[in-house]
Design a protein around this ligand. Sequence first.
Ligand SMILES: NC(=O)C1=CN([C@@H]2O[C@H](COP(=O)(O)OP(=O)(O)OC[C@H]3O[C@@H](n4cnc5c(N)ncnc54)[C@H](O)[C@@H]3O)[C@@H](O)[C@H]2O)C=CC1
Ligand SMILES: CC(=O)C(C)=O
Length: 255
Amino acid sequence: MSVALVTGGGQGIGRGIALRLARDGHDIAVVDINESTIASVVDEIHEIGSKAVGIVADVSDRDQVFAAVDSAAEQLGGFDVMVNNAGIAQVAPIDDVTPADVDKIWRINVDGVLWGIQAAAAKFRALGCKGKIINASSIAGHDGFAMLGVYCATKFAVRALTQAAAKEYAAHGITVNAYCPGVVGTDMWVTIDKRFAELTGAAEGETYDKFVGGIALGRAETPDDVASLVSYLSGPDSDYVTGQAILIDGGMVYR
Ligand SMILES: NC(=O)C1=CN([C@@H]2O[C@H](COP(=O)(O)OP(=O)(O)OC[C@H]3O[C@@H](n4cnc5c(N)ncnc54)[C@H](O)[C@@H]3O)[C@@H](O)[C@H]2O)C=CC1
Ligand SMILES: CC(=O)C(C)=O
């Protein structure tokens, strides 16, 4: 049985990934800062019939990330897939960004992914396992969007870490890839939309609708859409794919 850890697994895209990987037959460690959402996702995974453990950890803290990986491997009896999904958004014009804003988002979106890559690669090597590391980037990791400049910078950084780690770990048989969703209807987009409304005078819902209106396939993305790509990246069909940051956005950004 394969073991997968999903950070930010308590809700939104992370929850969708955790449930999909459980349906694929993985046992799952659900890692989040929010203890109550972890518990409900663990229950949902048990209903699917896979083993699941919940671990409270803040991905911006390197020691907590390493401890979460150790705990997952010990409780579930192995370690095969690391999904570095946890992230936050920030909406602000470049003029208004403060050092505290940058520090906060960078520590979660970039440092959190870096510590996750390090901890997973160390565990894979210790176990002699050809593991898979899968990171959350975004369309915002391919294009810079107005009012989302620092968020976009964090997602570009995730692509850089993904490429470098893929090159460094290839000799160990470890693959490192990223998924790049477009507009997924989660709490993150509720926050983004509200903040755009405050800053620009747009009506609530208007910014979300405008972004969704730019999607060629004509609908917002769901966590299940994202999870289908992560399922592929965590399984044997993607064994020859590494260092890629794959767009899954219904047709928004074309590369
Ligand atoms: N919603 C969207 O349209 C898109 C989201 N993404 C990325 O996908 C990932 C997931 O996003 P959503 O599910 O939409 O967000 P969300 O806000 O719905 O969920 C994020 C989860 O991460 C957890 N989290 C936040 N900070 C944490 C920390 N320091 N340590 C551990 N857990 C923490 C939260 O408690 C929450 O459960 C993020 O990296 C985001 O940047 C990428 C492209 C589009
Ligand atoms: C939330 C996100 O990743 C966007 C706006 O692309």
